[in-house]
Design a protein around this ligand. Structure first.
Ligand SMILES: Nc1nc2c(ncn2[C@@H]2O[C@H](COP(=O)(O)OP(=O)(O)OP(=O)(O)O)[C@@H](O)[C@H]2O)c(=O)[nH]1
Ligand SMILES: [Mg+2]
Length: 451
């Protein structure tokens, strides 16, 4: 992947750079009116950039050539020059044509002698760039690459178009007069198309395998999935509950791949707990599609734990965005517990009573300090308990494997021994019981099932 790989890295990634943020507020915009560029700023920091300036513009509708209008673009250019910025980040999604228009106006104004000129990225490209650096599993990497290629392809094509005109000028475009550059462009385009179709088929294979895995797990266990807006504290909660040591960091999108671990509620009652990627408003469309797979745990879960950073100034919007994304990926009407997180902070402490009046069942917690986790565990236990049965099993004493299976998969409250038999009274999950009854090698007698 010669030419393309380089283009991607040099043109479309954000590192330790100086960034100017730009937002255009249209009627009905989703941005927070009190702090319209706040989230873009967090995203920029997450990508490693330093914000050195901000420009806001209210418009009735986007300018077709430059989105923001060329007068305002000149203003952005002056600010960027004054602040010695490397990159301009737009909160709005731009068409390839608009990026081209902006580059022209801005770089002309800056009178760039720095070769390439200043980079311009939109919000989706920024999110994709962050995803690209955070992706940890093979699957996540493939998914991000695909989304990036699909989103970016028209833009690359535009760059190529530009080069093509240079290659073509003066030389004519007839057969036999192709410049060497042009051949390279055609090769690159073919590589992109081939790569996209290769990525798609590999992802389909991985997803099939994964769906089978998740379905299998769901059959055997009660599954609980943590969801929530990015940076809400999902991984911290996951770690505290399972002591698994997942990466938690004060950066957006610290977790990109779903992690699943056993979470022991009390002896004999264990559920599978999954941590997921953070949600964000206006997720790039390609990403919603490709991340549906990493959210498969949420699709199949018996219960969702929705973690909310309750003291966050945009908590309400984040709460809503999470439900929108869930709906996008086809999760509707699933049992959900709302966790009001970060109540140890001043903001959290001030905000959670308000949320409790709106959602009386919500559980205030501090994932970081382990507060409220006993109530959470109890509530989840009750949810699982609704799916459990009281049983009396009878088995041969000599069948040690079976007995230890029963003891490790249930809560035994009584044992009676008679000659060569043992009678066990226990509480266990319906699924475990179903498994036991189905297994022909198991000499188990179901004496009674109370529920
Ligand atoms: N004060 C306080 N901080 C918390 C609490 N829970 C999480 N945090 C902090 O919030 C930041 C984000 O936590 P994570 O657990 O990484 O959040 P996440 O929801 O997994 O984020 P993504 O994976 O990026 O979507 C970290 O700095 C945590 O230490 C809490 O209960 N109280
Ligand atoms: Mg996380």
């Amino acid at each position: 992947m010669t030419g393309l790989g380089e283009l991607k890295r040099t043109e479309l990634s954000v590192r330790q750079e100086r960034a100017v943020l730009v937002g255009v507020i249209l009627p009905g915009s989703n941005a927070d009116p009190r702090d319209p560029l706040g989230e873009l700023g967090s995203l920029a920091n997450t990508a490693g950039a330093k914000v050195v300036g901000e420009v806001l513009q209210k418009r009735q509708k986007p300018d077709s050539g430059t989105y923001i209008g060329s007068g305002k673009a000149v203003e952005i250019a002056r600010l960027a020059k004054q602040e010695n910025a490397d990159v301009i980040l737009f909160d709005n999604d731009l068409s390839p044509g608009q990026i081209g228009g902006l580059e022209k106006v801005i770089n002309k104004e800056i009178d760039s002698k720095r070769g390439e000129g200043i980079k311009i990225l939109d919000r989706s490209e920024l999110i994709l760039d962050i995803f690209a650096t955070r992706a940890q599993t093979h699957e996540a990497r493939l998914q991000v690459e695909l989304a990036q290629m699909e989103y970016t392809y028209p833009r690359l094509a535009r760059m190529w178009g530009h080069l093509e005109r240079i290659a073509g000028s003066g030389a004519g475009m007839g057969i036999g007069t192709r410049g060497p550059g042009e051949t390279q462009l055609e090769t690159d385009r073919r590589i992109v198309r081939k790569r996209i179709s290769h990525l798609k088929s590999e992802i389909v294979e991985i997803q099939k395998r994964k769906t089978r895995q998740v379905e299998q797990r769901t059959l055997e266990h009660f599954t609980v999935c943590i969801v929530g807006y990015t940076n809400a504290g999902k991984s911290t909660l996951f770690n505290t509950l399972t002591a698994a040591g997942t990466y938690a960091d004060n950066k957006l999108f610290a977790t990109l791949d779903t992690k699943t671990r056993a979470w022991r509620l009390e002896k004999g009652t264990e559920v599978l707990l999954s941590d997921t990627v953070g949600f964000v408003r206006d997720l790039p469309h390609n990403l919603v599609a490709s991340f549906k797979a990493t959210l498969e745990e949420a699709v199949h879960a018996d219960l969702l734990l929705h973690v909310l950073d309750v003291g966050h100034p945009h908590a309400e919007q984040q709460f809503q965005s999470v439900h929108e994304v869930l709906e996008d990926i086809g999760v509707k009407g699933k049992p959900e517990m709302l966790l009001l997180n970060k109540i140890d902070t001043e903001e959290g402490e001030a905000a959670y009573p308000f949320w409790r009046t709106l959602h009386p069942e919500a559980i205030p917690v501090s994932a970081r300090h382990g507060k409220g986790l006993a109530s959470l565990t109890e509530a989840v236990y009750q949810a699982v308990r609704g799916q459990q049965v009281d049983v009396t099993l009878e088995a041969d004493i000599a069948n040690g494997r079976l007995i230890s299976f029963i003891e490790s998969h249930s809560r035994v409250h009584d044992r009676q021994f008679t000659d060569s038999r043992v009678q066990i009274k226990a509480v266990m999950g319906k699924r475990t019981l179903a498994d036991l009854s189905r297994n022909e090698q198991v000499e188990v007698k179901l004496v009674e099932a109370l529920r």
